[in-house]
Design a protein around this ligand. Structure first.
Ligand SMILES: C[S@@+](CC[C@H](N)C(=O)[O-])C[C@H]1O[C@@H](n2cnc3c(N)ncnc32)[C@H](O)[C@@H]1O
Ligand code: SF4
Length: 262
């Protein structure tokens, strides 16, 4: 939702969408995975799409993170060893080549999203190479008219990295923030000064990114109504174009780092 000064509350719309939904960060979302679909059916479904000119949406997952945030329920690999990225990318390139064969090359990619983990864990050169590979295999728009977005951990995004991302074709970013309160940040093992987040947002604006989202989570340790209100004030003062405000999902049996959170 665009952060506009005039807010109109449409009760019917609110009622229609007042449901639990999957977090946007996984595509397809976990509940859509279905083991009854065979590989042959998957390939056929790509090849026999009725409307071969329909645009495509691509999702690329980069699972690595250098540090663990205790609340995290994403599909990730925590490592400081940056060398782990290249073997993953080599396998990803094979998958890109394979999947690209299933779809007509007439189909334009009008939506591209890189998520994680932390996509900027890989080097600027690796990001440029990955984008080149996608461009070789798929029909990407080269006039900045597609929605090409990437998830950014502001702790892992220098100005040079932001320049690289814009240069290779991204025009939307999503910044992980969660909460700006120091006690909350300490409790979830994610120390992220607000100035660092603001600097990445500023560079994104300078570089012409069209849409800047911020992720927040409510339900984290030490949060109170007042403290989260302060987080919202701080975030709104930075003027992002969108906010994704997630309800903390606590599943310590599946995500062991959540055991740090009582
Ligand atoms: C892949 S991360 C975003 C990119 C980057 N790794 C970062 O943290 O800045 C996806 C988002 O999912 C949300 N998230 C992760 N674990 C969650 C949980 N247990 N409950 C609710 N939201 C969660 C966070 O808001 C996080 O920013
Ligand atoms: S929230 Fe982001 S940076 Fe933190 S562990 Fe999860 S994917 Fe990694």
């Amino acid at each position: 939702m665009a952060l506009d000064k005039t807010i109109s509350w449409d009760l019917d719309l609110i009622k229609r969408y007042d449901l639990s939904g999957p977090r946007y960060t996984s595509y397809p979302t976990a509940i859509q995975f279905d083991t009854s679909l065979s590989e042959t059916q998957l390939v056929e479904s790509g090849q026999t799409t009725t409307d071969t000119s329909a645009p495509l949406s691509l999702y690329i997952h980069i699972p690595f993170c250098a540090h663990v945030c205790y609340f995290c329920a994403c599909n990730k690999v925590i490592t400081r060893n940056r060398k782990k990225a290249q073997p993953y990318l080599d396998t990803l390139y094979k998958e890109i080549e394979q999947v690209a064969k299933w779809y007509s090359d007439k189909r334009i990619v009008n939506q591209l999203h890189w998520g994680g983990g932390t996509p900027t864990f890989i080097s600027d050169e690796q990001m440029a190479e990955l984008m080149n590979k996608i461009k070789q295999e798929f029909n990407l728009l080269d006039d900045d008219s597609g929605d090409y977005s990437i998830e950014i951990d502001p702790r892992e995004a220098s100005y040079e990295t932001m320049q690289t991302l814009r240069k290779v074709g991204f025009n939307r970013i999503s910044l992980g923030v969660q909460d700006v309160n120091p006690a909350v940040q300490e409790a979830v093992n994610r120390i992220q000064p607000t100035e660092q987040t603001a600097a990445v947002l500023k560079s994104a604006r300078e570089l012409g990114f069209k849409s800047i989202n911020m992720d927040l989570i409510y339900g984290l340790p030490h949060q109170t109504f007042e403290s989260f209100n302060e987080t919202l004030d701080t975030v709104v003062a930075m003027s992002p174009d969108r906010l994704s405000v997630f309800n903390y999902a606590h599943m310590p049996d599946r995500f062991r780092s959540q055991k740090h959170i009582n």
